[in-house]
Write a protein that binds this ligand. Structure first.
Ligand code: SF4
Length: 337
């Protein structure tokens, strides 16, 4: 451990001694009781979860009793907690444990239990069996990214590896469980997402984000952008030197810009259409969307009936109207045709 790391860990443990929460499953080394608390707290606040933990411990005081319960009974007791797959997995895992004959004691075995992911397995391993495993969740990402000033996005593979390795390197010898609990409480009470209590924080002096004024910017998370694919069919309707255009409406891309006749049904015009395909499958990439466009030209002698929002303008005037780049591309191709 480097000096900075040692400083972090010792200050954190010191803070935990004074401010750590006294929770019932923290006063036991019973792996069953600890596992139960971890599953309940996966998607539940401590205040609500504590009540359920007592109920389960009372009804099913050990894993053998739980393994004998029916799924209906467990679901009924779980009622109100939500995310019911947790309850079903709880029962399946209880049966796995009884089949095994004892609560698993190694990281590999613990992580084979139904409903137990890397965080939960590290939490159980460190708390019940003193395994040197850092349990890394949102609290840990937040605290470490701020304290060490790390701006690698936490929802990337690189981010996950970086924070896992850093947390692991901070573990004090023989006190992984205490460290994990301290991180959890510190993130929940002191270094909170929206309003961390920095001026009162014992780590403030050495906290990179606080010193550099970056607290509000860390941790960094990449937005999960879903790219939407769209298929545009543009029809350039020409009639005696005029072209039909309309203005794009609110609530979509290119609001207020002008474009020729557009159909977004996703299909090309029928083969019987007198329109001529000028260019097909033109790819246009936007931040959140990819558009595949077909450009058609339709020469008419009589103006066809169009929806009300279309107007006819001189083709030569189209230049002075605001247009999306995709439409400019179309005009360029038309000019070259
Ligand atoms: S100073 Fe603020 S940002 Fe830094 S660890 Fe403390 S609470 Fe978190």
């Amino acid at each position: 451990m480097t000096n900075g790391n040692e400083n972090f860990t010792s200050e954190l443990l010191h803070w935990y001694k004074q401010h750590g929460r006294n929770l019932p499953w923290r006063n036991t080394k019973d792996a069953y009781a600890i596992w139960l608390s971890e599953i309940i707290l996966q998607q539940t606040r401590i205040a609500q979860g504590t009540d359920y933990w007592y109920r389960f411990m009372e009804r099913y005081p050990d894993v053998e009793t739980l393994a004998k319960a029916t799924e209906d009974e467990v679901l009924r007791l779980w009622q109100g907690l939500g995310y019911y797959s947790r309850a079903r997995n709880l029962l399946k895992a209880a049966r796995q444990i009884t089949e095994l004959g004892h609560f698993p004691t190694t990281a590999a075995e613990i992580s084979k239990l139904k409903g137990v992911g890397p965080y939960t397995s590290a939490a159980i391993g460190s708390l019940a069996f003193n395994l040197p495993m850092a349990a890394v969740d949102g609290n840990v990402y937040r605290v470490l990214s701020r304290y060490f000033g790390i701006n690698i996005p936490i929802n990337t593979t690189e981010g996950k590896h970086t924070f896992q390795a850093l947390a692991q390197s901070l573990l004090p010898p023989n006190e992984a469980g205490t460290f994990n609990q301290a991180m959890m409480d510190f993130g929940a009470i002191q270094c909170t997402p929206a309003s961390p209590a920095c001026p009162q924080c014992p780590l403030a002096e050495s906290c990179t984000a606080y010193r550099k004024g970056l607290v509000g910017q860390l941790p960094v998370k990449l937005r999960n952008l879903k790219i939407r694919e769209r298929h545009f069919t543009y029809l350039y309707i020409r009639c005696h030197g005029e072209v039909a255009i309309h203005r794009r409406k609110k609530g979509d891309i290119w609001q207020g810009l002008w474009e020729p006749f557009l159909s977004e049904a996703g299909s090309a015009l029928s083969c019987n259409s007198p329109a001529k395909l000028i260019r097909g499958n033109v790819k246009h990439v936007l931040t959140h969307q990819v558009i595949y466009a077909d450009f058609y030209l339709l020469n008419m002698n009589v103006k066809p009936a169009l929806p009300d929002d279309y107007i006819w303008i001189k083709e030569t005037d189209f230049d002075s109207y605001g247009k999306p780049r995709l439409v400019e591309k179309m005009l360029q191709i038309l000019a070259e045709d």
